[in-house]
Design a protein around this ligand. Structure first.
Ligand code: PHE
Length: 316
């Protein structure tokens, strides 16, 4: 078993499966968002929580945070939201501070306020703008004149808006066609066709698993850098991207802005400006990873993993 601790509970108020997976506390208390999502089977939600928690460990390690990775997944369709969030808060509280939750896919700042009624181990406030700031820092490193943003949730919409504002050519898509109206200045592409788009950079900002042996051959971009967690179906797909000449910026490097900002402001008393400076460092970290990969002839994933591994071995 790779994870330190996994708690699964039928929420006493909601009746829904509530899953908290703590992957590692080797560098410090674990953190990771609360995802509310429908899965074909709740066990798929458990597997997702485990993968996402492991990704948070890598994210925190590479970002230089003294934190480990965890994740909460509520697998199902919510009817009484307050009941669900109180169930989540109680389970998080049982970890006694070894894990703190925060916003993620399917939840937002208002939900965190409700969770906070049951535990203080929750990051409040909106982490999306900081995550978007980190993505922009990463996009400056990979460069490009045209971008395809996949998914217009909180972070994706923010990134698309900032790219448009900066005058770039921006293609957008979302499974919700209603989002099209939000971006009259962007080129709308059907979700099924966005991977074929001829753009410099693809920006995955929706759910994970979109890069697979089946989709990589379709790509016509030069680079991929986005905030979606777990973009690769398996680590081997990083090799396929490399062989195809596509620079893939590891998602756990690109998406760290939210946790960097939240820990800096909430735990270390940093000002918003100082925390933002720290978020911007994602650009330097990514540059170092890409340089190392180029120098050693490896993939950016291998280079990022080496960076993360160094943090674990250097500790006594
Ligand atoms: N959803 C965030 C991520 O995947 C998790 C998070 C944000 C946790 C803010 C704590 C605070 O990185």
């Amino acid at each position: 078993m790779e994870h330190e601790r996994i708690a699964i509970r039928r929420g006493p108020r909601s009746g829904l499966p509530i899953i908290v997976a703590v992957h590692s506390t080797a560098l410090g208390p674990a953190l990771g968002g609360c995802r509310i999502k429908e899965y074909a089977r709740w066990e798929d939600g458990l597997a997702d929580a485990q993968r996402l928690a492991a990704a948070m460990t890598a994210k925190c390690a590479v970002a230089g945070l003294d934190h480990g990775g965890g994740k909460t997944v509520v697998a199902g369709v919510v009817s009484d939201r307050t009941a669900v969030l109180h169930d989540v808060g109680d389970l998080v509280e049982e970890f006694g501070g070894a894990y703190s939750t925060g916003p993620d896919v399917g939840t937002g700042p208002a939900d965190m306020d409700v969770i906070a009624e049951r535990t203080r181990h929750v990051f409040r406030g909106d982490s999306s703008p900081a995550t978007a700031t980190g993505v922009l820092a990463a996009l400056r490193v990979v460069g490009g004149e045209s971008y395809a943003v996949i998914g217009l949730g909180h972070v994706g919409a923010d990134v698309a808006g900032r790219l448009l504002e900066a005058g770039y050519r921006v293609l957008v898509t979302d499974v919700d066609a209603g989002k099209r109206e939000l971006f009259p200045d962007a080129e709308w592409v059907a979700p099924g066709a966005i991977l074929d788009a001829e753009v410099d950079v693809l920006v995955p900002a929706a759910l994970g698993g979109l890069l697979t042996p089946a989709t990589v051959p379709r790509l016509r971009c030069r680079a991929i850098a986005g905030p979606a967690n777990n973009q690769l179906d398996t680590p081997a797909t990083a090799d396929l991207l490399h062989e195809r000449g596509v620079i893939w910026a590891p998602d756990h490097v690109v998406s760290a802005g939210g946790v960097v900002y939240a820990t800096e402001t909430d735990l270390h008393g940093a000002s918003p400006a100082a925390a933002t400076v720290r978020v911007e460092k994602i650009g330097e970290t990514l540059q170092a990873i890409l340089d190392r990969a180029a120098g050693e002839g490896t993939t950016p994933l291998v280079a990022a993993e080496a960076l993360a591994a160094a943090r674990f071995t250097r500790r006594p």
